[in-house]
Design a protein around this ligand. Structure first.
Ligand SMILES: Cc1cc2nc3c(=O)[nH]c(=O)nc-3n(C[C@H](O)[C@H](O)[C@H](O)COP(=O)(O)OP(=O)(O)OC[C@H]3O[C@@H](n4cnc5c(N)ncnc54)[C@H](O)[C@@H]3O)c2cc1C
Ligand code: HEM
Length: 363
């Protein structure tokens, strides 16, 4: 029933979104402050997030962990328990207003029930959380490594616990308030608590361009609780392969750094690919690690640079030139296209999917 009713309004998604926000902000003007200044950029973001959640999380029990984490994470937007009802009500009204005559009372009920189940789990997650909704951190170092890439270090004001390979969302408070994007620390947890980030500015990207081009030493940013499960299993004795595209290197470096603290027995192969030589922004550091740790080998590749002396081609192709890989643990990180291509290649090479962990930057 949820899908059936959504199909009545799907074509007018933009209008539904406009109505949804207008209704919500008219009845509760205080809610406007929770959202970014430029609503046009993300006009349909919350609406489509909720619609997707309601339609795909048909069995909230199964998605309990995800929903609890989502609820915990919503604290960074200053979402309070009483907001849930307002949002749910506005969503259903917006759909009803655009569906025409075919909308029926059963649809109202189906959406209200599904939304309530999801909201209850998110709220339970938010209530049980002992952490602050976000951490302030000061930028203590900022370095441009290429036209589009920066590496910077942040010192959180309170300790922020995370595991190597996880990611967290970040707000460039002074430049783009209330816009949060996820980035992966590129270091394993340190005694001084600092976190290093590797960011590539995407063409029209709101947050990444500010982090690369405007962020300065001394700026404060906000960070929210870490998430993600691309972490090392210390009990695994298998050799490991890390495949990184561009700034997808960040979580891979973090995992590598963790391995340097205890590994003696596992061979580790890093494949680092980018379009051009300039985009291999952290090669010197990778080579330094490879020279220091005999168990580590690094292969670099450029897909779009005929002058590059190393491997050429997409990194997924390059991985396939080496191997065999059927006894290895895999960690893959980079753009959506790069991750998809690598997973396809690994499937062809008969690497069991349970041995592959990955993070895709854009779905
Ligand atoms: C789990 C996870 C971890 C991540 N870790 C990192 C990380 O460590 N480092 C990092 O740099 N990023 C990382 N990302 C990506 C990051 O979260 C943002 O998506 C990215 O920085 C873009 O955000 P933005 O606000 O600049 O772009 P947005 O304002 O969200 O918009 C992106 C817009 O830019 C345009 N665009 C999209 N892709 C491209 C492209 N390839 N070239 C040109 N234009 C494009 C499109 O118009 C798109 O609408 C990670 C993402 C995820 C999901
Ligand atoms: C069933 C309930 C809800 C679900 C499933 C849900 C889901 C989500 C998801 C997945 C995102 C992330 C979107 C992204 O990063 O791209 C998001 C963003 C957001 N949510 Fe929710 N949400 C719910 C309820 C609420 C409520 C009650 C509020 C209160 C106003 C709220 C406020 C926000 C805000 C402010 C954002 C950021 C949007 C932006 O950047 O424009 N959400 N939501």
């Amino acid at each position: 029933m949820l899908k059936e009713s959504w199909s009545l309004v799907e074509e007018h998604q933009d209008k539904v979104a406009g109505y949804f926000y207008a209704r919500m902000f008219l009845s509760h003007p205080d809610l406007r402050e929770l959202f970014p200044v430029q609503m046009d950029v993300q006009r349909t973001r919350l609406l489509s997030a909720i619609v997707t959640a309601v339609q795909t999380l048909e069995d909230p029990e199964r998605f309990d962990d995800y929903l609890r984490a989502l609820g915990r994470d919503h604290r960074k937007f200053h979402v309070a328990p009483e907001h849930y009802e307002v949002v749910g009500g506005s969503l259903i009204e917006a759909m009803r207003a655009h569906a025409g005559e075919q909308w029926c009372i059963e649809y109202d009920q189906a959406w209200a029930d599904a939304y309530a189940m999801i909201a209850a789990r998110m709220l339970a997650g938010a209530n049980a959380d002992q952490n602050p909704p976000y951490w302030y951190g000061e930028v203590v170092q900022h370095e441009r490594r290429s036209q589009d890439i920066a590496v910077f270090t942040v010192l959180p004001m309170q300790p922020l616990e995370y595991r190597a390979g996880q990611y967290l969302s970040l707000e460039a408070t002074a430049y783009q308030p209330r816009l949060w994007r996820t980035y992966s620390p590129a270091n394993a947890p340190r005694r001084d608590n600092t976190l290093e980030f590797h960011v590539r500015a995407l063409g029209a990207g709101w947050v990444s361009s500010v982090l690369v081009r405007r962020l300065r030493v001394g700026d404060m940013i906000k960070m929210a609780a870490p998430m993600g499960s691309m972490t090392l299993d210390r009990r695994s004795t298998r050799d490991a392969v890390f495949v990184a595209g561009g700034t997808g290197l960040a979580p891979i470096k973090s995992l590598l750094e963790e391995l340097t603290r205890y590994n003696r027995t596992r061979w580790v192969h890093v494949f680092f690919g980018a379009r051009t030589r300039e985009d291999l922004y952290d090669l010197a550091e990778l080579n330094r690690l490879a020279a220091r740790y005999p168990w580590l080998s690094v292969v670099t590749a450029c897909s779009d640079d005929p002058t590059f002396a190393g491997e050429r081609g997409d990194i997924s192709e390059v991985v396939a030139r080496y191997g065999p890989w059927n006894e290895h643990d895999f960690f893959v990180s980079g753009s959506g296209a790069m991750v998809r291509a690598t997973l396809r290649k690994l499937a062809e090479l008969q690497v069991p999917s349970v041995r592959i962990k990955y993070d895709s930057f854009n779905g």
